[in-house]
Design a protein around this ligand. Structure first.
Ligand SMILES: NC(=O)c1ccc[n+]([C@@H]2O[C@H](COP(=O)([O-])OP(=O)(O)OC[C@H]3O[C@@H](n4cnc5c(N)ncnc54)[C@H](OP(=O)(O)O)[C@@H]3O)[C@@H](O)[C@H]2O)c1
Length: 434
């Protein structure tokens, strides 16, 4: 059978990882497919200085991506550049030239994946994006095909390896957020500009894609409530452990009778839940279906080779479909057409909450705070205080019975005017065992 030709645009971590696998594993891939996947072109701005796997000699090496997307020999273009500007041009141009596309770009797919899919379908080509969420975990394939017969009612995930690494290091060593972040930057685990990771922005793009896949709704990142991990202190883990919980940056999408509630935020999760065991740079996704109940997926969320596997597997699937001439594509969104989602405000969410205060100690503080909670009809569950001699900055915790996010926000706003507070109170939902 005739070989399928590939053009790889972007020769960074993911591009070089994919090329290494395509080259080292070429014989296995050919056996599985029954035909060869041939790397015909590679492209990056600094292509001349790139070290390709020895023995890999593509016919075209160029710094100009337009040469790749317009090359008549190429069947599939892999966009491994990232960002939303050039990457979008590459995808649109490739589709316009009738090439199928494989992309690892969560940012672009969260922003306009549905529109790109519509273009791809109109052009009768394929678009695949497995590597865009949870690098090494084949979660797209699971939601698109593996459990597509089920009806998903909720999903929760740990989708950002850097923030999970930072949280689990704070937990393990009692080190501060800023010192762990600095170390992570020195080790190359975190970017010099860490905001996308630690403020939840990267995780939010991934949740937008996963929720679209799982629920069939068109979701944009701005629909998702987002809060990062900068305020988490080592003492929060001490209190969480007393409550038999831990803290993770949880990406959550839940169906309610009124619609979907979507959030990325640090939350307390019971130690007994399987997500609590996800440590370091690993990612995980837990999915609940109406019929199949709970399933759980775990693996490396990033990295050159784990993400490269996702890219190469997409290339293989798309190549098979090209060779078999299948006119029916399985949408990367699991639904042929996404519904229009009306965001439900996070303020309607009901949960138990963990409230952490840092105060300058003096008599009457608890009764003042309890009074504010009572005025919002919030029932206090427990008060926890680890002994400390630093009366000028004393941390303690109040947990409350399930209430709405709106009631918590109103209570915190009222509490924030008190002059005994060292900083505004921190509120985190306490998730039920999953
Ligand atoms: N890194 C991961 O573990 C991971 C995991 C999952 C998904 N992803 C996604 O995969 C994509 C790539 O990430 P990465 O980590 O591999 O990025 P990267 O290391 O920064 O590589 C980006 C590559 O794109 C090339 N490039 C940039 N602008 C270009 C242009 N105008 N024309 C041609 N080439 C251009 C760069 O060329 P030069 O090197 O020559 O400058 C570089 O080779 C992103 O969408 C990212 O979100 C990454």
């Amino acid at each position: 059978m005739q070989e399928v030709n590939i053009g790889v645009v972007g020769l960074g971590n993911v591009g070089l990882g994919a090329l290494t696998i395509l080259h080292d594993n070429a014989a296995q891939i050919e056996l599985k497919l029954g035909f060869r996947l041939n790397v015909t072109a590679v492209c990056s701005r600094g292509v001349a200085a790139k070290e390709l796997p020895p023995g890999l000699n593509p016919a075209l090496k160029t710094a100009n991506w337009r040469e790749v997307v317009s090359d008549p020999r190429i069947h599939i273009v892999a966009e491994l550049v990232g960002g939303t500007h050039v990457a979008r041009e590459i995808l649109e141009a490739a589709i316009a030239h009738g090439k199928s596309v494989v992309s690892a770009n969560k940012e672009l797919m969260a922003l306009c994946g549905a529109e790109l899919w519509d273009r791809a379908i109109a052009a009768r080509i394929n678009l695949a994006m497995e590597a865009s969420v949870c690098g090494g975990i084949p979660i797209h394939a699971v939601l698109r095909e593996g459990i597509s017969g089920d009806r998903v009612t909720a999903l929760a995930g740990i989708l950002n390896g850097t923030s999970n690494y930072i949280l689990t290091e704070i937990e393990r060593r009692g080190a501060s957020f800023s010192s762990v972040l600095e170390e992570a930057q020195q080790l190359g685990y975190a970017e010099a500009e860490p905001s996308a990771d630690v403020d939840g922005i990267d995780a939010r793009s991934k949740l937008a894609i996963l929720a679209a896949l799982a629920f069939g709704e068109k979701i944009t990142p701005s629909d998702i409530y987002c809060e990062g991990i900068r305020r988490i202190l080592p003492v929060d883990f001490e209190y969480a452990h007393q409550l038999k919980h831990t803290i993770r940056l949880i990406c959550s999408a839940r169906q309610t009778t009124d619609g979907l509630i979507l959030s990325v935020r640090p939350a307390l999760i019971p130690n007994s839940t399987i997500l609590a065991g996800v440590r370091g740079a690993y990612n995980a996704v837990w999915v609940r279906g109406r019929y199949g109940e709970d399933t759980f997926y775990y693996g490396r969320g990033a990295g050159s080779l784990p993400t490269g596997v996702a890219v190469v597997s997409d290339l293989m699937r798309v190549a098979r479909e090209i060779r078999s001439g299948s006119p029916e594509r399985v949408s990367p969104f699991a639904h042929e057409r996404l519904g229009v989602y009306k965001p439900i405000p996070i303020t309607t969410q009901k949960s138990a909450y963990y409230l952490r205060f840092r105060v300058e100690d003096r008599p009457g503080i608890i009764s003042k705070l309890a009074g504010v909670l009572a005025s919002q009809q919030i029932s206090l569950d427990a008060v926890l205080q680890i002994p400390s001699e630093n009366w000028r900055d004393l941390p303690f915790v109040i947990t409350v019975e399930p209430t709405t996010e709106q009631a918590i926000r109103d209570a915190l706003a009222e509490m924030s005017t008190q002059d005994f507070l060292v900083e505004p109170p921190l509120a985190m939902p306490m998730e039920k065992p999953l």
